[in-house]
Design a protein around this ligand. Sequence first.
Ligand code: ADP
Ligand code: MG
Length: 256
Amino acid sequence: MTAQVWAVANQKGGVGKTTTVVNLAASLVHAGKKVLIVDLDPQGNATTGSGINKSSIKHGVYGVLLAEVELQAALNHSKHGGYDVLGANRALAGAEVELVQEIAREMRLKNALSSVKDDYDYILIDCPPTLTLLTLNGLVAADTVLVPMVCEYYALEGISDLVATVRKIRLAINPQLQIGGIVRTMFDKRSNLAQEVSAQLTEHFGRELFETTIPRNVRLAEAPSHGMPALAYDAKARGTLAYLDLAQELLARVEA
Ligand code: ADP
Ligand code: MG
């Protein structure tokens, strides 16, 4: 096997990037896939949400980016999620500054992941909400970008920034990078605005828009404080089922 690498990105915060990474990972494991999460956000929410104590991380993705440690040696396993995690904590914010003076600074993650690409079916990268050297490493390492978005008034403007960024990266460093999916999160089917924005998304992105939508569901918000994906916390919750559907839709697309 050779892993499909998906960067989950959106320059807006609070749109469900981390929730999508953690729950999609657990859902892919449920479908029999081997999965690695790379947490590129210094807040480390995907790390804690996977039940890994941030303060127990010695090297994590920070050490890997600065070539202080081999990737394999920096991995953790999520007991409840069933996937591996290359974790992050606050120290990662410092990596930004240090990376600036390193050689091939935007290639670091891609190079490191090449050593484990045959060990996984899917690698999901949780990007921070800003276009920093960390996000750049994520987008250079990825084959595909998955964009979670909330159907609000300014949502389309936010996404056009990301489209422009992806185009630049494609031209400059990573020619195969593409936006492979847009997923509507915290979605309320009954809202007129959600319907309007959905229509615009279909017009602009066509088949890139996932049919599966993720509803607002309190179980998805509660699960991280228990250090587990919603699948382990409440297997019957609407949010859990939605992410299981999203994984099936993604697998069907990739395997088609
Ligand atoms: P991001 O990583 O884009 O900043 P998060 O995944 O951390 O976004 O989500 C932001 C907040 O919204 C978190 O508190 C999370 O628990 C909550 N949240 C995300 N998706 C949902 C959802 N579908 N239903 C309810 N709460 C959600
Ligand atoms: Mg996040």
